[in-house]
Design a protein around this ligand. Structure first.
Ligand SMILES: Cc1cc2nc3c(=O)[nH]c(=O)nc-3n(C[C@H](O)[C@H](O)[C@H](O)COP(=O)(O)OP(=O)(O)OC[C@H]3O[C@@H](n4cnc5c(N)ncnc54)[C@H](O)[C@@H]3O)c2cc1C
Length: 339
């Protein structure tokens, strides 16, 4: 059985195009399994990424393949679904097509489920030195940075530089920041503890910075205290009420004299600092250019009515942090819109 809101789609074979093979996009596709529709699922990757375990890839506890499943495999028994790996670069509501470099896809009903992008709290220049953690590429980049920092520290004789290399800064109070801080502490204090000769990885400094007064603000105060106490016991410096001004210069760092900095942003091996930032809704480029706004507090839902003309035909959007609530057209409405 599929949901009531999809009932209009029963009446004819409608071309449903779903953008994004994350939790929301896959859920939408599976929900329509028995509907007489032609589903086209487009994602820039050919795999579904299980984001909650990205931090384990970033800290070398898991390999990328452990958290990525081929979208084709997931949907292979669903005959009304066709999968394409392509970057969606625009949506043309007048022509009723989704644009990709490989060509255009005609649309009757559009589901935008392209997730979220990083937010740097208005400091976009941080991105070069402080990658977020959202995709497998981010996780492997962070993993490379962490492991390279230990390797570089083993080679270097200068104490100050070694200290800098063995300082890891995580910006952000959410579950991912907390998980990352704990995981790096484990890597330093346990996994790598006996693998080096000239450095002691256990001396690595792990700093978790949060502008707000407590960790995990979306959880109870009890949870916040528990997280703080646990991280502190693991040797993580938890710095709450500490707004980060710039991760690129030691002088502006809020922890006084300690030289926690990164050098040349282009030199990946020098990075010992990264940010876990909060997300913002992600829309294909053309929608963004046309100032597509997503409604609801967490950018959760964008119904057909809240989309700009450029994003019609009929569209529903499931944006990271939100629920999938499509707004299908009535038959009459759809006919008049589709000509
Ligand atoms: C590090 C981390 C840890 C998390 N931990 C938890 C947790 O413990 N518990 C929990 O409940 N939630 C957690 N979340 C949140 C959860 O993973 C997200 O809420 C969820 O993945 C959102 O699903 P989505 O389908 O909206 O977006 P996504 O899963 O982000 O999927 C969006 C898809 O759209 C594709 N896409 C985007 N733009 C384009 C384009 N232009 N062209 C083609 N394809 C495109 C992407 O490739 C991607 O496959 C975590 C998130 C992160 C990043």
């Amino acid at each position: 059985m599929f949901r009531k809101e999809f009932e209009p789609l029963l009446q004819q074979k409608t071309r449903v195009v779903i953008l994004g093979a994350g939790f929301a996009g896959l859920e939408a596709a599976k929900t329509l399994k028995r509907a007489p529709v032609e589903i086209t699922l487009i994602d820039r990757h050919n795999y579904h990424c299980f984001q909650p375990l990205l931090y384990q890839v970033a800290t070398a506890a898991l390999s990328p393949a452990d958290i990525a499943w081929p979208v084709r495999h997931i949907l292979r028994s669903q005959e009304n679904a066709t999968v394409f790996m392509a970057e969606v670069i625009g949506i043309d509501g007048d022509l009723r097509v989704v644009k990709t470099p490989a060509g255009e896809f005609p649309v009757d009903f559009l589901v935008i489920a392209t997730g979220a992008v990083h937010s740097y709290f208005g400091h976009e220049n941080w991105a070069a030195v402080a990658p977020g953690l959202k995709w497998i590429e981010d996780a492997t980049r962070i993993r490379r940075s962490i492991l390279s920092a230990f390797e570089q520290a083993e080679l270097i004789r200068d104490d100050a530089e070694r200290k800098r290399l063995l300082t890891f800064v995580i910006i952000g109070d959410g579950p991912t920041g907390v998980e990352m801080a704990g995981a790096i502490a484990e890597v330093a204090r346990q996994t790598l503890a006996r693998d080096f000769r000239r450095i002691d990885p256990r001396t690595a400094r792990i700093v978790l910075i949060e502008a707000g007064p407590r960790l995990l603000p979306n959880f109870t105060e009890q949870h916040s205290s528990y997280a703080r106490d646990t991280l502190t016991a693991m040797g993580v410096d938890v710095m709450t009420s500490s707004a980060m001004s710039s991760p690129t210069t030691a002088s502006s760092a809020p922890w006084g004299g300690a030289a926690i900095s990164t050098r040349d942003p282009s030199d990946e091996h020098r990075h010992s600092s990264f940010a876990i930032a909060r997300g913002l809704p992600n829309c294909p480029a053309d929608c963004q250019n046309r100032r597509m706004k997503l409604s609801s507090p967490r950018g959760a839902l964008c119904s057909r009515n809240s989309l700009p003309k450029s994003c019609t035909p009929s569209a529903g959007a499931a944006v990271d942090g939100g629920r999938f609530t499509p707004s299908p057209p009535s038959r009459l409405e759809a006919r008049s819109r589709l000509g």
